[in-house]
Design a protein around this ligand. Structure first.
Ligand SMILES: [Zn+2]
Length: 308
């Protein structure tokens, strides 16, 4: 089975001229391509795999997943899936629903959409001092992450700094300072799928999964902090959904996004399955060997999947 990962699927917004997204028309073309070349895993085939490990007869069919529960998933993706009689798995972080605050990862995306990379790098150099970057393995992070995203010059440096290098405890504060420095405000209302709309999507066959509370790199957190991120996000998802699957998706994905503590907490919490990012199909060994780190492909690896 090929599991595909999507983030923003939307239309051009002139107030965010540098924003990276998959255009809705290309998303539709990609669904056509998948339908013609592979077909889609049905919900009952997926339920069979989740409960028994039995693969569909045609093993390379497609499963669609959507990360971060942005409002464009309700506005554009969900109606298109319903129209085609398809289903998807949508991973939501619980913090925006509990506090009304936008997640740092998305405040970063909005900044990158509104400003040029060099402006952001200059602003962050004003605000971030070396003592805010404790990670001694930053060289390794630099070479391993974002390797398949063609970020514009400057933007990749800015994103890596915020997502991988700075002390996670300072990130919100640093972003506040950068917004202040650039004299920029963002309206968080409407950025995410609303709670009522998540419920509606779940009632119409979409699976809603946990994507942690705060979308932090869990591998940088303590055992207790990780347990909070997982337990609290499952509690939220299960308070609004009625579904069989308890499922999780590692924020950022890849082997550096989690550690053995993350995986043992997922097991302790009886998580049915979790997705990471690793460019290969789910094969018949994964039910036993990789239940909490299932592989997914970025949509940009397939025709029509490049960001605008
Ligand atoms: Zn995410």
């Amino acid at each position: 089975m090929k599991v595909i990962m999507y983030h923003y699927v939307r239309r051009y917004n002139p107030s965010l001229p540098h924003f990276r997204f998959l255009d809705v028309e290309n998303f539709k073309k990609q669904l056509d391509y998948f339908a013609e070349n592979f077909g889609f895993v049905s919900q009952s085939e997926w339920a069979t795999w989740v409960t028994t490990g039995q693969m569909p007869h045609q093993p390379d069919k497609i499963i669609l997943t959507f990360d971060d529960a942005m409002s464009c998933h309700y506005d554009y993706v969900y109606p298109e899936l319903l129209k085609r009689n398809l289903w998807g798995i949508f991973y939501a972080c619980s913090q925006p629903y509990l506090t009304g605050k936008m997640l740092d990862v998305h405040r970063t995306h909005v900044l990158c959409g509104a400003f040029e990379g060099r402006t952001l790098v200059a602003a962050s150099e004003e605000v971030v001092s070396p003592d805010m970057i404790p990670n001694r393995e930053r060289e390794e992070f630099t070479s391993q992450t974002y390797r398949n995203q063609e970020n514009y010059s400057g933007v990749s440096r800015f994103k890596r700094m915020l997502n991988y290098f700075v002390d996670p405890a300072l990130k919100t504060h640093i972003l506040d300072k950068i917004f202040e420095h650039l004299d920029y405000q963002v309206d968080s209302k409407g950025f995410y799928v609303s709670q009522e709309n998540l419920i509606e999507m779940n009632n119409n066959g979409m699976i809603i999964g946990s994507h942690s509370v705060t979308h932090t790199l869990l591998s940088t957190l303590s055992l207790d902090q990780q347990r909070y991120e997982l337990e609290e996000s499952f509690r939220f998802i299960e308070s609004i959904t009625a579904q069989r699957d308890r499922t999780y998706c590692h924020p950022y994905g890849g082997t550096r996004s989690y550690n053995k503590d993350t995986l043992s907490i997922l097991e302790q919490l009886n998580t049915d399955y979790a997705f990471s990012v690793n460019y290969r199909d789910i094969d018949d060994t994964d039910f036993v060997s990789s239940r909490q780190t299932l592989p997914r492909y970025d949509c940009n690896l397939f025709p029509h999947g490049l960001a605008s």
